[in-house]
Design a protein around this ligand. Structure first.
Ligand SMILES: C[S@@+](CC[C@H](N)C(=O)[O-])C[C@H]1O[C@@H](n2cnc3c(N)ncnc32)[C@H](O)[C@@H]1O
Length: 278
């Protein structure tokens, strides 16, 4: 793994725990993000002041798996990633706000080579579904810290590479890597209709809360353009939901298969979804 930017020897669990707690204290409300913990005896306990046990906490459950859904105080929370549960009524902006807080430490706790390998696979496989047409414009949809830039620059040396991320801090990191950053205006991406040939979405599809993003991607894709995503931690019932969502948006799925991704000494199986604009 490449070197941490400013992690000061903390584990990702500690960083997430602190940021989530700061976040909760800052907002002072219960509807947004919750960090639940497993005690050493395997019982689950809710976050913050309601926790019956003092720190340090064990963040990973004994079997290594977090439940997909939990209920607490009559509310339902879904597992977002790594022990963070999110209220079912949280918005995309709430998710992006969490990533904003995690952004300074993010690269230090990510296997950068593996994520770049995922980006590469997303692009290479998407191009196969596009046919011979050249790729002139690429959108990294939720670029995080901008890991995809170097991958796309190599694959598409002459293409226009742009990106979007809802977290301002992630977006500014991406910009420094070389991306032309796109913003939102009145809930629309500032990108003209039918402008983009290839959209790559790495580690994002399971995070999206609103369907509207997929409709936006359909709007900006040129006819024959493709969008590819890996699916990390898929939400329950995702097959039927995504198939309907992508078809309804005018970019039906043309590929949906479990794929092996490898890079940076890591290998993982995830679903790879490719949608094609009609
Ligand atoms: C797990 S990171 C992945 C970043 C990057 N694709 C990578 O693989 O390194 C998820 C990113 O999604 C962004 N994000 C989450 N929900 C979003 C949304 N609805 N629209 C745009 N960005 C979103 C977060 O700000 C964060 O940068």
């Amino acid at each position: 793994m490449e070197k941490a930017a400013s992690a000061e020897g903390k584990t990702l669990s500690e960083v997430i725990q602190e940021t989530a707690e700061r976040y909760l204290n800052h907002r002072g409300i219960d509807r947004l993000l919750y960090l639940w913990r497993y005690n050493t005896d395997g019982t689950l306990c809710p976050p913050g002041d309601t926790s019956p046990v003092p720190p340090p906490y064990l963040l990973l459950p004994p079997d290594g798996k977090f439940p997909a859904l939990i209920e607490w105080n009559g509310r339902q929370y879904e597992h977002l990633r790594m022990g963070i549960f999110i209220a079912r009524d949280a918005t995309d902006w709430d998710v992006a706000d969490l990533f904003d807080r995690l952004s300074p430490e993010w690269d230090g706790h990510t296997n950068l080579k593996f994520n770049r390998a995922v980006y590469r696979a997303l692009a290479v496989k998407a191009v196969r579904h596009r046919g011979a047409a050249p790729v002139a414009k690429v959108l990294d949809f939720v670029s995080g810290t901008g890991l995809g830039f170097s991958v796309f620059r190599k694959l598409f040396p002459r293409a226009n590479l742009c990106a979007f991320d809802l977290s301002p801090k992630m977006a500014s990191r991406s910009k420094r890597k070389g991306y032309c950053m796109k913003s939102l205006s009145n809930n629309r991406l500032r990108i003209p209709d039918h402008d983009i040939d290839l959209v790559a979405g790495a580690f994002v599809l399971g995070l999206l809360r609103a369907d509207f993003w997929i409709h936006e991607l359909s709007r900006i894709l040129a006819p024959g353009g493709v969008a590819s995503f890996n699916l990390f931690n898929p939400p329950a019932g995702w097959e039927a939901r995504f198939s309907k969502l992508f078809s309804g948006a005018g970019i039906p799925l043309c590929h949906d298969a479990l794929s092996t991704f490898s890079g940076g000494g890591k290998e993982g199986k995830m679903h790879l979804l490719i949608a094609r604009k009609q």
